[in-house]
Design a protein around this ligand. Structure first.
Ligand SMILES: O=C(O)[C@H](O)[C@@H](O)[C@H](O)[C@H](O)COP(=O)(O)O
Ligand code: SF4
Length: 601
C-alpha cells in the first residue's frame, strides 16, 4: 500500500527538521556501540562489586560471554498498574538462566499514581516525575554492565521517562514489559455519573466511595483510555513491546508467558548475537510518526502532546505541534474507548484491539510498515495476537473485521474523519484541544470568562451557585514554571454538571488535563504560560473569549486586552510542602510545554 502523502510529508519534514540533532545523536550512539560489550570496560573490582550478590549467576556473569540484561523497574504498591511487577524480576532471572543468560535489577525508578494525587498538591510533582524517572534510569544503567535493558513501567509519566532514558542509552536494545489492564469493574461512565451526583449533592461520600472502589478494584492499569493505556498503544505502534502484549490482564498464564518471551527476546537482540537491535535504530522518525498515527486513531491522551516531543528529543528527533495537527487531519478516529465512548480497554482488546487497528491503518497507507521493531523488521508483525496454546506461546493473525463496531471500526467507516486533536492559536497564545470526546455542538464557544488561579476556587464558586450562564472558566498560573503543570481533571465533574444543566462551558488553562478527561471542551497547554508573562495573565473577569476547535482559534475579543499589563502571581504556596521545595530547580529550568516541558532535554 502506498504511504499516505501527508504522513510521508510530515515524516520528511520531521527528518529534515531533526537532521542536525539526529546526526549528533547517532554519532554518539555509534561511538558507544563501537566501544564493545559493556562489561569489557569494567575492572575486576568493578565486576566483583556488580556480581557479589548474584549467587547462581555469579560465574556466568564473571565469564562475561552470555548476555546480561538490566531490569529497570517502576514497581510500587501505589499504582494498581505497577503492583504486579513485584514478582517479575525473579521470573525474568529464571527465564534467562534457562537460556544461559543473566539478568540483574539495574535499579528502580519512582512512579506517581495520578489517580492518588489527582486534585492534591502532589500532582504538582507529577509532570516533573517524568524527568526524574529518566534521570533515575540513567543512574541504574550507568553501572554499564548490561547488553540490553528490560523496562518495566506502564503509567503516565513512567513510560515516557523510561523512553527518554532508553533513547539516551540507545546503543543497547530496549524491550518494554507491560503488566496489563485491571479486569473490568464498575463501568467508567457509571463512576463518572456518581461523581457528578456527589458534586451536585445528590449522593453522599459513602455512595461515592462504593462506586470508586468498584471501579478501581484490583491489580492492573485502570481500564479507561487515559495516558497509561495510550502508552501501551504507543509501545506496540512504535515496536517496543512484543506484539499483542499490551492489553493482557495481570496474573494470567498468557501474561507470564509474554514476560518470559520478552526477557528471552532481549537476550536474542544484543550486540553479542546476530540480530542486534539497539533502541536508537527503533526510535527513529518513522516510529514517532507511527506513534502519532496511533494517538489520533485511538483518541489517545492529550498528555502525549507533552510526552512525545520529550521522548523524541532524547533520540535526536524534533516534533512540533504542527505534526500532531497534520497527522490528526488525515487519521480517522477508529476506536471509542472511555472517555471517548463507553467501552473500556478490555472490551477494546476483545473487539480486535491494537492488532485490528494496525492491520487496517497499514492497509490504508497511514503507517510506516518498514519500521524496525524489537520483534523483527516490519510493523505488519504487529497485526498478530499473542495466544497461549498447548504448544506454548504463539502469534496468530488478529481479526480482519471488528468484533464490535460500536467500539472499533475500519478507516472506511470511522467514528470521526479526523483524530480530533486541534492546534489552537490566537492572542491568548498557542494551545491544543482534543474534541474526540466533545459533542460537535460544543466545539465552538464565545462567552465571558471567569478567571481563577486554583482549581479549588472553581469548585468553591460552583458551590456558591455563581455559574448561571455560558462561561469560559480560565485557570491560569498552572504552567510548568508556575507549579509544575498539574492535571486539572478534578474539575471535570463540576464542569460536566454545568454542561448537563444546559450551559455552554469550556476550560482554558496553561495547565493540562488527564487522559481520562473528555466531554468538556478544554483549551490546554496554553503557551507562553501565564507565569512567564503569557497573555492569560492579562485576562480579567468578563472578558469575551472565543474558542473555536474547528478553526483552531483562541482569542480574547475585549477592547484594550492587548495593551494590558500581565498580572504578577504570588506562587509562594506552590514552592513548599509535599516535596515541592525539592523541585525549585525544575520550576526554574523547565522548558515550554510546546516542546514537552522537559527539564533534562
Ligand atoms: O492522564 C491520565 O490518564 C490520568 O492522569 C490518569 O492516569 C489519572 O490517574 C486519572 O486522574 C484517573 O482518573 P480519575 O482521577 O478520574 O479516577
Ligand atoms: S492509570 Fe492512572 S490512576 Fe490508574 S494506576 Fe496508572 S497512574 Fe494510577
Amino acid at each position: 500500500m502506498t504511504l499516505d502523502a501527508t504522513i510521508a510529508r510530515v515524516t520528511d519534514r520531521i527528518r529534515t527538521r531533526s537532521e542536525g540533532l539526529r546526526g549528533e545523536y547517532l554519532a554518539r550512539i555509534r561511538e558507544a556501540a563501537e566501544a564493545g560489550p559493556a562489561r569489557a570496560h569494567l575492572t575486576c573490582g568493578n565486576q566483583a562489586h556488580a556480581y557479589a550478590a548474584m549467587g547462581d549467576d555469579k560465574d556466568s556473569l564473571a565469564e562475561g560471554r552470555a548476555p546480561n540484561i538490566g531490569i529497570v523497574t517502576a514497581y510500587n504498591d501505589m499504582l494498581s498498574a505497577h503492583q504486579p511487577y513485584e514478582t517479575y524480576p525473579q521470573l525474568i532471572k529464571a527465564a534467562l538462566r534457562e537460556i544461559g543468560a543473566t539478568a540483574q535489577v539495574a535499579g528502580g525508578v519512582p512512579a506517581m499514581c495520578d489517580g492518588v494525587t489527582q486534585g492534591q498538591p502532589g500532582m504538582e510533582l507529577s509532570l516533573f516525575s517524568r524527568d526524574v524517572i529518566a534521570l533515575a534510569t540513567g543512574v541504574a544503567l550507568s553501572h554499564n554492565t548490561f547488553d540490553a535493558a528490560l523496562y518495566m513501567g506502564v503509567c503516565d509519566k513512567i513510560v515516557p521517562g523510561l523512553i527518554m532514558a532508553a533513547a539516551t542509552f540507545g546503543h543497547i536494545p530496549a524491550i518494554f514489559i507491560p503488566a496489563g489492564p485491571m479486569t473490568s469493574g464498575l463501568p467508567n461512565d457509571e463512576k463518572a455519573r456518581v461523581r457528578q451526583q456527589f458534586a451536585s449533592g445528590e449522593v453522599g461520600r459513602d455512595e461515592l466511595m462504593k462506586a470508586e472502589m468498584a471501579s478501581y478494584h484490583g491489580p492492573g492499569t485502570c481500564t479507561f483510555y487515559g495516558t497509561a493505556n495510550t502508552n501501551q498503544m504507543l509501545m506496540e505502534f512504535m515496536g517496543l513491546h512484543l506484539p499483542g502484549s499490551s492489553f493482557v490482564n495481570p496474573n494470567t498464564p498468557l501474561r507470564e508467558a509474554l514476560t518470559v518471551a520478552g526477557a528471552k527476546r532481549a537476550a536474542e537482540i544484543t550486540a553479542l548475537g546476530n540480530d542486534y537491535r539497539p533502541a536508537s535504530e527503533i526510535l527513529d522518525e518513522k516510529a514517532f510518526v507511527n506513534g502519532l498515527v496511533g494517538l489520533m486513531a485511538t483518541g489517545g491522551s492529550t498528555n502525549h502532546i507533552l510526552h512525545l516531543p520529550a521522548m523524541a528529543r532524547a533520540a535526536g528527533i524534533i516534533l512540533d505541534l504542527e505534526d500532531f495537527d497534520e497527522v490528526s487531519s488525515v487519521v480517522p478516529l477508529l476506536a471509542k474507548v472511555y472517555p471517548n465512548g463507553l467501552a473500556d480497554v478490555n472490551h477494546f482488546h476483545a473487539a480486535g484491539g491494537l492488532q485490528f487497528m494496525i492491520r487496517h491503518l497499514l492497509k490504508s497507507g497511514l503507517l510506516h510498515e518498514d519500521a524496525k521493531t524489537v520483534a523483527g523488521d516490519g510493523l505488519s508483525r504487529y497485526t498478530q495476537d499473542a495466544k497461549l496454546t498447548e504448544d506454548g506461546l504463539v502469534w496468530v493473525e488478529g481479526p480482519e473485521d471488528s468484533l464490535n463496531d460500536k467500539i472499533l471500526r475500519k478507516p472506511a467507516n470511522p467514528f470521526q474523519k479526523t483524530g480530533g486533536l486541534k492546534q489552537l492559536n490566537g492572542n491568548l497564545g498557542r494551545g491544543v484541544i482534543k474534541v474526540s470526546a466533545v459533542a460537535p455542538e460544543r466545539h465552538v464557544i464565545e462567552a465571558p470568562v471567569r478567571v481563577f488561579k486554583e482549581q479549588h476556587e472553581v469548585k468553591d464558586a460552583f458551590k456558591r451557585g455563581e455559574f448561571t450562564s455560558d462561561t469560559i472558566v480560565v485557570v491560569r498560573f498552572q504552567g510548568p514554571k508556575a507549579n509544575g503543570m498539574p492535571e486539572l481533571h478534578s474539575l471535570t465533574p463540576t464542569l460536566s454538571v454545568l454542561q448537563d444543566r444546559g450551559l455552554k462551558v469550556a476550560l482554558v488553562t496553561d495547565g493540562r488535563m488527564s487522559g481520562a478527561s473528555g466531554k468538556v471542551p478544554a483549551a490546554i497547554h496554553v503557551s507562553p504560560e501565564a507565569a512567564n508573562g503569557g497573555p492569560l495573565a492579562k485576562l480579567q473577569d468578563g472578558d469575551i473569549v472565543r474558542l473555536d476547535a474547528t478553526t483552531g482559534e483562541l482569542t480574547c475579543l475585549s477592547e484594550g486586552f492587548e495593551t494590558r499589563i500581565p498580572v504578577e502571581p504570588d506562587l509562594r504556596a506552590n514552592q513548599f510542602g509535599i516535596g515541592r521545595e525539592l523541585f525549585a530547580a525544575f520550576r526554574t529550568h523547565v522548558g515550554p510545554s510546546t516542546s514537552g516541558a522537559s527539564v533534562v532535554l
